[in-house]
Design a protein around this ligand. Sequence first.
Ligand SMILES: [Zn+2]
Length: 466
Amino acid sequence: MSTRLYIRIVPIFLLTVALGTASAQTQIVAPPNKYKVSDDVKLGKEAEAQALKELPLLNDPAVDEYINGIGQRLVAAIPPEFQHPEFRYTFRVVNQKELNTFALPGGPMFLNRGMIEAAHNEGEVAGVMAHEMSHVMLRHGTAQQTRATPYEIGAVAGQILGAIVGGTAGSIIAQGSNLGISTYFMKFSREYETQADINGAHVMARAGYDPRHMAEMFRTIEAQGGSSGPQFLSDHPNPGNRYQYITKEAQMMAVNGDTAGNNGEFGRAQARLKGMSPALTAQQIQQQNQRRTPVGTTGRAVNVDPPSGSFRTYQPTNALRVSVPSNWAPVESAGTSITYAPQGAYFQGDNGGSAFTHGIEVGVAQGTGNLQNDTNSLLRNFAQSNAQLQQSGKARNDNVGGRNGITVQLANVSEVTGQPEYISLSTTELRDGSLLYVIGVAPRTEAGTYDNTFKKVRQNIQISDR
Ligand SMILES: [Zn+2]
């Protein structure tokens, strides 16, 4: 039995009587966190190195300096109780069109160029930055891991890096839709969102910005709609009444001076961006990253022993037991998945990518509770990041861990060997509506041998989610 850890936020209606005084602002208490502050720094650094490999930076000194100036003004306004001397806030502009921004534990922030282009004034840019920085100073990334679900696998470092590289590999694994990096925090809870909004409002006000610009920036992002806005909004869901409570909070704080920021400088930065060639889309960035083959040159020879007839059982989380041939071992656990492979079948690339030529991956993906639809979404995700992936057989009902499941056979080309590859994907629903998936990978020429093994693995998975 676990206790739910809610953040205590004093209801706003109790405070409206004190309107107009700085002391009336809502009190924020950082959520419980079992990690050390130094863990945030370490995880953030690892994730930052990944991000720098995946993301094209704008590298324009004038724009960088302008954004850094806003960032430092906000840093100077961090409430004393949330100042962690170990944290180092840095601000980088990514040459990406979509309206997205993320900040990593310990301080590194990546702000998409699209955000600056879409904002109506400096206050809006500062608003989204103050919101992101609030997740960092309140340590929401590690706090979220503190209350992790039973399906989350592996150490926190693995989870965060896994989320960044977009799931593990096989040739078909990229759980996130476009860039894995955007799934970094997966999704913040509504409580954390409210907290980042309110704390962000405090930081804004202390820095001399009107916090209402933050609320306006959320409107600006929503108005973009289409394929651009939603990623940010799905990572940072509106807890409801976002505009109203930010506005109320703003009214409780006295803001002096230049409340929308330096709009001369803002205008010059926007004009500069306008003069450049257009920002890259997430899809273009993903294609560039894929051209840098994650595992090295294809055409590698792979020599792997056949699957042993005896099985060994692993328990990657409290909720799962997985039996695999005894000559296989866990080779990678990342995010919500774990891969088992025989010796010689697993490859890691320089830029954090990895692939396996023989073995299975077991993982949990977000779902809606509809097995058919969720399986189709998962397939679409895989196909997006694997141009050669094709369904080779009809989806059929199957036994997965003693439950109703679906198995689909797929054909692919191995990014390690360059040879045809056989893939079997099986899915079943978990009680909370998530999707459990089991992916078997083997060379096409060995499909017969391995298919039997994959079947045993998926049938014998034990799930304790009820
Ligand atoms: Zn947020």
